[in-house]
Design a protein around this ligand. Sequence first.
Ligand SMILES: NC(=O)c1ccc[n+]([C@@H]2O[C@H](COP(=O)([O-])OP(=O)(O)OC[C@H]3O[C@@H](n4cnc5c(N)ncnc54)[C@H](OP(=O)(O)O)[C@@H]3O)[C@@H](O)[C@H]2O)c1
Length: 329
Amino acid sequence: MEAPPATASRSAAAVCVTGAGGFLASRLVELLLSSRDHYVVVHGTVRDIGDGKNAHLKALENAGERLRLFKADVLDYGGVAAAIAGCDGVFHVASPVPSGRPTNPEEDVIAPAVTGTLNVLRASYEAKVKRVVVVSSVAAVFNNPKWPKGKPFNEDSWSDEELCRKSEEWYNLSKTLAEREAFAYAAKTGMDIVTVCPGLVIGPLMKPTVPTSIKMFFDYMKGDGETAENRLMSVLDVRDVADALLLAYEKPEASGRYLCSSTPRKLSDIINISKSLYPNFPYPKRFVEEEDTITFSSEKLRKLGWTFRPIEETIKNSFESYIASGILT
Ligand SMILES: NC(=O)c1ccc[n+]([C@@H]2O[C@H](COP(=O)([O-])OP(=O)(O)OC[C@H]3O[C@@H](n4cnc5c(N)ncnc54)[C@H](OP(=O)(O)O)[C@@H]3O)[C@@H](O)[C@H]2O)c1
């Protein structure tokens, strides 16, 4: 593929964030708007600009002068291209994160993830974007029966697509296919594409809707009401994941894939920390020891300069935010 002619005038250091109203993307937009010296303009795509669930974006500091919202479904190439035109960098964050079983997995989850990613990449190529950071997930990593038992997963592991399909793990499949397509596109065009694969993300909210990952966190914490599996968990703070995405964009030497995971802690430790801050949660009464737990290595990302805050701080700030926003009373 030949390099296309430049079609849009480039504002100084404009970047685009897809799915800007989402849990993780909102934090990234906030971070970009706070970096006054670097990012003069931030373009954010949302599916419905007038929807109240995106209102928090307009209230962010510096949003008035520097945030431009564009209406775009990632399946709509024209909408995506209009948002990306004139940008130096793109953070592709938008992707369905279903909280239950999708009724039509191909249409509801796979197509927006895979075709959406390809639309974003093609629009970025056309706009001569310098680097695209694609948000993948550990879901694209750990469904791999060939990985040695007990060895922390690293960037070499890919989820097995057939296994995901057979076990109907549609989200895992969507992230695996989308990330593979991203690297295939990079190989075909020479475009600079970096992917980041976070684990379970919690942390303070910017709007009172509960993202799927926080619902999952609550489910782990509740167990079946009586007992819970005392698994090792690597819970990430949404603010640290936003930092990781910015690092993956800004560091010239960043390339390929980056697992993003914190230090694993037993669920019982996480519950003990949480109990002292929020005793009212329906915590389990007993734990069942879970030996067969999986862990991830973020050594590559750490070498890029990534750090993360202590889990105590994440849990404290999370519960404060969940109580303040009314999702926990
Ligand atoms: N949270 C985690 O634990 C975690 C871990 C690893 C990776 N990730 C990845 O991080 C990204 C953000 O997830 P999140 O946790 O922040 O969840 P989220 O709040 O549900 O964000 C998902 C975003 O994707 C948008 N989206 C979905 N389908 C779309 C479509 N067809 N066109 C345009 N936008 C679409 C949603 O827009 P609407 O608001 O319009 O629906 C929303 O803004 C996803 O790529 C997810 O796979 C999350």
